[in-house]
Design a protein around this ligand. Structure first.
Ligand SMILES: CC(C)(COP(=O)(O)OP(=O)(O)OC[C@H]1O[C@@H](n2cnc3c(N)ncnc32)[C@H](O)[C@@H]1OP(=O)(O)O)[C@@H](O)C(=O)NCCC(=O)NCCS
Length: 250
């Protein structure tokens, strides 16, 4: 630890400053004012501290306050029978980037433009904490504590009590083993019990039978068909809208 003190201000460095170039290199900064009041003959010392920014690599280079909030999110765990849902963070970037670049995983998904790994990492770093309108969970197996996919409840509004759900299991060798169904059931319990939702909806490509089967197993029913709205490999596919009301979850 090294402390620099200049013109009443000081900065704490975790290591010699030269190892952390740029503005993110200090842990705390503040000011120290020493005032001597001649009239009363007293010495007044005032110390003000504020959190600085961490060296990149430590808490992802974020401010200590942001890093602390992110660690708090890490403690939120929602347990199913086969999976645990937990908040995602920058350390999940590599897995997320790999899944997003796997054409087999993404076959029936709406894809965004491919992003480099660094953009994926900064998206995870900078996205706001989970909140009512956007809850993103990583799906971890309970048996091996392996991150295998993600699930999201989005666009919820307290006044309406409805949310949209997205899921994918990015680790293909974990398909067909019940993890997807358990993750859907677990996040729906979370939505109905904790968020007091009334309805959860989703859309799925009609040709994606595995996904439909997983949704039907927890109680989702088909509510509508959107004709020819998903194109893959030059072919057009219909999409189904599915919905689950509170009380219908099995
Ligand atoms: C869709 C997905 C989340 C399902 O998760 P999963 O862990 O593979 O699913 P589960 O093992 O819980 O359940 C799958 C069910 O579909 C059945 N199934 C598998 N292939 C099938 C097929 N071709 N046709 C019909 N049913 C099929 C399985 O037998 C199983 O049903 P069962 O338990 O009654 O036997 C996962 O496969 C995935 O992420 N796929 C890629 C991305 C994707 O499609 N996401 C959804 C976008 S809407």
């Amino acid at each position: 630890m090294r402390v620099l003190f200049r013109a009443g201000r000081f900065v704490f460095f975790p290591e010699p400053a030269a190892s952390f170039p740029g503005p993110r290199r200090f842990l705390f900064s503040g000011s120290l004012r020493v005032r001597f009041a001649a009239v009363f003959g007293s010495l007044r010392v005032r110390l003000a501290l504020r959190p600085g920014r961490c060296p990149s690599g430590l808490f992802g280079g974020k401010s200590l306050a942001a890093a602390w909030r992110r660690r708090e999110d890490r403690w939120v765990h929602v347990f199913g029978e086969l999976v645990k849902l937990r908040a995602m963070g920058p350390s999940d970037a590599e897995a997320l980037w790999r899944w997003n670049h796997d054409p087999v995983v993404m076959r029936w998904m709406h894809e965004n433009y491919a992003q480099p790994l660094e953009r994926t990492r900064s998206w995870l770093e900078e996205r706001p904490r989970n909140a009512y309108g956007d809850v993103l969970f990583g799906i971890e197996t309970l048996a091996g504590a392996t991150l295998i996919g993600l699930i999201r409840l989005r666009d919820a509004e307290p006044e309406l009590g409805c949310a949209e759900m997205d899921i994918y299991i990015g680790e293909k060798d974990h398909w067909g083993k019940g993890y997807g169904t358990d993750a859907v059931r677990t996040v729906c319990h979370y939505g109905f019990d904790k968020m007091r939702l009334h309805k959860i909806s989703l859309t799925v490509v009609a040709a994606n039978e595995r996904a439909q089967r997983a949704y039907e197993k927890v109680g989702f029913v088909v509510e509508g068909r959107l004709r020819s709205c998903f194109r893959r490999d030059g072919e057009w596919f219909d999409e189904l809208t599915m919905g689950l009301l509170e009380g219908e979850l099995v």
